[in-house]
Design a binder for this molecule. Structure first.
Ligand SMILES: [Zn+2]
Length: 250
């Protein structure tokens, strides 16, 4: 147990050092998940991060009291593509320019990238899960739609395996993925919770359309540990609803 704790502490220190080094390149400002640059202080770090505190429609949220709607489940047209796997100093990010799109009532949004948080940022009725994936999509007007998938520990997840195997250990590291097929990561039942929120990282920009799958997926303890060895904790706490409603489809 002590060894594990020590390992986590060392990983944390290394990832913090890497984040700082990454920030020094000017790619991103120095925010993190640990004091003094943790979520509570993001808005103090840069004037462009003001919404992280002042925003009234922030993400993630604790999903409860969802309203049933007759809205059809989201549809998608993904296709196999090549992708890059980047350790960006905050998470592992898998990007592709040709992976397809989703269609919402508001139109089409092309897949941009997916990344991971541990523990899950979204909660369902107060419960967090060990991991979540966020699939970021953008329409031609630059508006964002994000799909969230929750994972619990259980069976080995073959879809995640190539990503886990390619994860660069150091911030700034990048690897290539021969084939990414985003559709394979989705559950068979496509019921989602939807609401209007924000980016969960600085600058915390709002007007993001969120869809959180209600079906929880599985990954093996070894797969979870592989991610947590790089990022032991990279989740923003849940934010107040401030009167927003959550719809559940399907
Ligand atoms: Zn995210």
């Amino acid at each position: 147990m002590k060894k594990q704790l020590l390992g986590s502490a060392i990983t944390l220190i290394i990832s913090c050092l890497c984040s700082t080094a990454w920030a020094a390149t000017g790619t991103t400002a120095a925010w993190s998940y640990t004091a003094p640059t943790d979520p509570e202080n993001w808005s103090e770090l840069n004037s462009e991060y003001e919404l992280c505190t002042s925003g009234k429609a922030q993400s993630p949220i604790d999903i409860r009291d969802a309203v049933k709607t007759e809205v059809a489940p989201l549809t998608f047209t993904y296709r196999p593509s090549t992708a890059t796997v980047l350790n960006n100093g905050h998470t592992i990010q898998v990007s592709s320019v040709d992976a397809g799109s989703i269609t919402l009532a508001s139109g089409d949004y092309a897949f941009v990238q997916m990344h991971f948080h541990t523990p899950s940022e979204e909660k369902i009725k107060g419960r967090a899960y060990p991991l979540n994936a966020h699939l970021v999509h953008r329409n031609t007007a630059g508006e964002l739609a994000v799909i969230a998938l929750l994972f619990e520990e259980g069976a080995h997840n073959p879809t995640l395996e190539p990503i886990m195997a390619a994860m660069p250990k150091e911030a700034g590291g990048i690897a290539l993925l021969d084939t990414l097929n985003v559709a394979n990561i989705f559950p068979a039942i496509r019921s989602t919770y939807s609401y209007s929120g924000s980016l969960t990282t600085p600058p915390c920009a709002e007007d993001v359309r969120w869809h959180v799958f209600s079906t929880v997926m599985q990954l093996s303890p070894a797969q979870l540990q592989a991610f947590q060895a790089l990022y032991p904790m990279n989740a923003r706490p849940v934010q107040p609803l401030n009167g927003r409603s959550v719809q559940v489809s399907g």
